[in-house]
Design a protein around this ligand. Structure first.
Ligand SMILES: *[C@@H]1O[C@H](CO)[C@@H](O)[C@H](O)[C@H]1NC(C)=O
Ligand SMILES: *[C@@H]1O[C@H](CO)[C@@H](O)[C@H](O)[C@H]1NC(C)=O
Ligand SMILES: *[C@@H]1O[C@H](CO)[C@@H](O)[C@H](O)[C@H]1NC(C)=O
Length: 291
């Protein structure tokens, strides 16, 4: 009889502590600059439901996809024909007001765009900036950082092989006869430096396949431990339900069938759904111990 109340406590703890609320905004195409008239798909890669895409433009602030702009298709916000006034800051926001990373998007009526990563690039990684024209062109492109000329590339692509913090800045490009692109900021995320001695390359490489290590795709370095914690917390319901399953199995080893339903508890449901599920589980457990 002590068992159910212990389980109840466990489940309560889980439902209180395991509320994953982290999303990141992803774009397709994944570039911060677009030609007027192109389509743009925005989605919130999320750990739980209830996130919407919002934006600030020069005209309006805090508007939501589907209000006066964009159409929600499945869970993706689609702007099928971008206009100059769609330029602005975009982010994902949960019902509780939590926000994701923000992305600046520039729609241009000009002939040249600079395609650069929308998310911060990890220090040491390679990054390629692509100077593209609306109409095909074989002309070389000039690249600029913070207004200063860097170099001319006949391929119209400039690669920085080992990005460092000093590469951070506002980039644009220029193609003779076509014009110049709007500027876009390249952000560089520092490698997470633990309190421990500096990370060498070898342990990093061996750690790479581990599922517990999140890929350094987004966000500032400070967020990495938080993200790791989030991942651990997400797996916590699985862990607890496995424990419950095993303990019930042992108690009912003589019984006819194991309570398989418990294994279906998933961490990425809406909170209400989660609570319902846990209520069911509690009911199951209680009735099973009554006979
Ligand atoms: C959007 O605009 C609102 C109101 O001006 C401001 O409070 C908010 O910080 C802006 N958000 C972003 C991500 O720029
Ligand atoms: C940018 O392109 C224009 C137009 O062809 C060209 O005249 C100019 O020299 C370029 N600007 C710079 C700073 O290279
Ligand atoms: C985004 O745009 C705002 C204002 O338009 C600017 O202050 C901010 O630095 C930009 N951020 C990035 C990452 O480009």
């Amino acid at each position: 009889m002590e068992s159910p109340s212990l389980l109840r406590l466990l489940l309560l703890t889980v439902s209180l502590c395991c509320r994953p609320n982290k999303a990141s905004l992803t774009l397709r195409p994944s570039t911060a600059q677009l030609f007027y008239g192109e389509s743009l798909h925005l989605s919130c890669e999320e750990d739980s439901a209830g996130w919407t895409v919002k934006r600030n433009t020069t005209k309006t602030t805090m508007t939501e996809c589907g209000d006066t702009w964009g159409k929600l298709r499945a869970s993706t916000c689609v702007i099928s024909l971008t206009l100059l006034k769609d330029s602005g800051v975009y982010w994902c926001e949960s019902r509780e007001g939590a926000t994701s990373n923000t992305v600046n998007i520039t729609i241009t009526g000009g002939d040249v765009i600079l395609q650069s990563p929308v998310l911060p690039v990890m220090e040491g990684a390679a990054v390629t900036l692509n100077c593209t024209t609306r109409t095909p062109s074989n002309l070389p492109a000039d690249f600029y950082k913070d207004g200063s000329f860097i170099r001319t590339e006949s391929t119209r692509q400039m690669t920085i092989h080992h990005v460092s913090k000093s590469d951070e800045g506002l980039y644009h490009c220029n193609i003779s006869g076509k014009g110049q692109s709007p500027p876009s900021r390249l952000a560089v995320a520092a490698l997470p430096t633990a309190k421990a001695p500096p990370i060498t390359k070898a342990p990093l490489a061996t750690k790479a396949p581990s599922a517990a290590t999140p890929p350094p795709t987004d966000s500032a370095p400070l967020l990495s431990p938080v993200r790791l914690l989030c991942h651990l917390v997400v797996f916590c319901p699985y862990f607890v339900s496995t424990l419950l399953l095993v303990s019930l199995w042992r108690q009912r080893s003589a019984g006819p069938e194991p309570p398989v339903s418990m294994a279906t508890v998933e961490p990425n449901q809406a909170d209400e759904g989660l609570d319902d599920k846990y209520d069911d589980v509690i009911a199951n457990v209680t009735t099973e111990h009554d006979f």
